[in-house]
Design a protein around this ligand. Structure first.
Ligand code: HEC
Length: 335
């Protein structure tokens, strides 16, 4: 498949580098020393920098942010709320794929934390039900705490944007942070990132700073056609929850969160499909019969509104159609 191409990988790494550079430049996150002098064993980003916030996990167990969650660990942290209908389910779905790729290292040397920014609604019970609906594996804690403490934590992690986060209380900053507390190396990551790249960062890049980065040679790689706009959108916005045909699943081999989308362009009315991709939340609220039926069938995980416009929706539909035609032709050729 063309999913995990050297090109997309290189692109992804490039993006991450850009992100890191931006962060350093704007000093949103952590100052230079921690990142540039990895040989110092003591980083400035220890217990003096990070608060030891008291949080409660989905099993009702109390933990301290610094001592119990991040100290000497490689971690992924994101902030969510369970009633969120756009970015959070996308992040959860993406991290679920990354967790699957990392296998049993999660909970051993890599830890996942999703912290609620809506502690009033997100009790441990609510978080537990959310984790179960997404079928997340062990080593991934869903946490809640005092609102002010959690806000403080977000600021310390550079995942709080003044203005955006203050005004509309639930329109929170869409990002994850991955890091290694011991080395002081922290980077923002995007939930749109290819799951293989996120997994590679956690499993390799962040684990041992001194390990030289191995430059892969792409001299013998087959020539890759550039993805269309529709394909790019599909891979980054939709593929964390939807497969395309029986051989898809980004090679991860896990049950998708939403329905497989091969053939959907033939099955559904074009206007219905376009509107669904743009505003599934409104169609569900209006009790559209197909929307209701799908919602019940897929664990009551609502498809998120990803704020796409008509052009983007059409580009994606075009790609879904092409991919359906392509797979059908293949099937005919190889009986
Ligand atoms: C967080 C997971 C998630 C993401 C991301 C997501 N979807 Fe969905 N999608 C679902 C779920 C779950 C359903 C089933 C309906 C429901 O439960 O609301 C669904 C249903 C659909 C359906 C209806 C299928 C049918 O049989 O008619 C289409 C089409 C669809 N999604 C397209 C997309 C496209 C295109 C994107 C990217 C722009 C996308 N989805 C992103 C979870 C997701």
């Amino acid at each position: 498949m063309k999913l995990h191409t050297p090109r997309s990988r290189a692109l992804g790494m490039h993006l991450i580098l850009m992100l890191v550079t931006c962060l350093l430049a704007s000093q949103v996150l952590l100052a230079h020393e921690g990142v540039l002098s990895p040989t110092e064993s003591a980083t400035p980003w220890g217990g003096d920098y990070f608060p030891n916030t008291l949080l409660t996990d989905q099993d009702g167990q109390q933990v301290h942010f610094f001592d119990d969650l991040i100290k000497d660990k490689v971690v992924v942290i994101n902030f969510i709320f369970t009633s969120c209908s756009d970015s959070c389910p996308l992040e959860t779905a993406r991290l679920r794929q990354v967790q699957k790729l990392l296998g049993d290292r999660v909970g051993k040397d890599i830890f996942f934390y999703s912290i609620s920014i809506d502690p009033l609604s997100d009790t441990p019970e609510v978080l537990k039900a959310y984790a179960q609906r997404f079928k997340v594996g062990p080593g991934w804690k869903f946490l809640t705490g005092e609102f002010a403490d959690v806000t403080d934590l977000r600021k310390k992690l550079g995942l709080f944007i003044e203005g955006v986060d203050n005004g509309r209380s639930k329109d929170h900053n869409l990002s994850l942070i991955v890091g290694n507390q011991t080395t002081g190396r922290w980077m923002k990551a995007s939930p749109f990132e290819n799951p293989w790249i996120l997994a590679d960062q956690l499993a390799n890049t962040l684990q041992n700073w001194k390990q030289p980065s191995v430059e892969e040679s792409y001299a013998n790689a087959p020539e890759i056609r550039p993805p269309s706009n529709g394909e790019e959108l599909f891979r980054t916005r939709c593929a964390s929850c939807h497969s395309l045909g029986p051989l898809d699943g980004q090679g991860i081999g896990m049950r998708s969160i939403g329905p497989d989308l091969i053939g959907v362009t033939r099955q559904r009315d074009p206007a219905w499909l376009s509107r669904w991709i743009r505003e599934p939340d409104r169609m569900l609220a209006e009790k559209d019969p197909i929307a209701l039926e799908l919602y019940e069938r897929f664990e009551k995980i609502p498809m998120p509104n990803l704020r796409l416009d008509e052009n983007a929706a059409q580009a994606i539909i075009g790609f879904l159609q092409e991919e359906t035609d392509r797979q059908q032709t293949l099937a005919v050729q190889t009986p």
